[in-house]
Design a binder for this molecule. Structure first.
Ligand SMILES: [Zn+2]
Length: 160
């Protein structure tokens, strides 16, 4: 769907959870699309890997409902539908101005193309991709040093 704003068409993507209680509109282009193979996301999401679509918070508008949130790793907040449990997104205190949304939340997930693999070394043994995208052994986005990475925070033994 394209919205006309003063003659310039702005990309608008929509998303909703499985039960429909939560819906959102995302305006403009995402700045980052990444496949994540880390064990934390795998357990939180319930799938073999996760694909996150990164937007600026100002680009994301919840048009129906309010996601519930959960934090296990200090500084990382995951959001989901409180009724049906659909994973919606996550934010990280070390990633100011970045809001990641789950690919499955989008009404048209086929419109997004991954740009890299994160935590490639934690992939399941039968995961194989024919792409030539970067395969990084850790995070694909640099964290604010003042906050460190989620792994740093877990090692520090901080409790949420
Ligand atoms: Zn729902």
């Amino acid at each position: 769907m394209m919205a006309e704003t003063g003659g310039d068409s702005v990309r608008v993507e929509t998303g909703a959870c499985f039960c429909g209680d939560i819906a959102a509109e995302m305006h403009g282009e995402p700045f980052w699309v990444v496949s994540d193979h880390d064990a934390d996301c795998r357990r939180a999401i319930g799938g073999p890997l996760m694909l996150w679509v990164g937007y600026r918070p100002a680009q994301v508008r919840f048009s129906r409902g309010t996601p519930r949130t959960f934090s296990k790793t200090p500084g990382v907040t995951r959001s989901f539908c409180g009724r049906c449990g659909t994973s919606i997104g996550y934010v990280d205190d070390g990633l100011a101005d970045e809001h990641y949304l789950a690919i499955g939340f989008f009404d048209h997930p086929e419109r997004f193309t991954p740009q890299a693999h994160g935590y490639w070394q934690e992939r399941l043994p039968w995961v194989a991709f024919a792409d030539d995208l970067p395969r990084q052994s850790g995070y694909t986005r640099g964290r604010d040093a003042a906050f460190g990475t989620p792994a740093d925070r877990q090692k520090a033994g901080a409790k949420p």
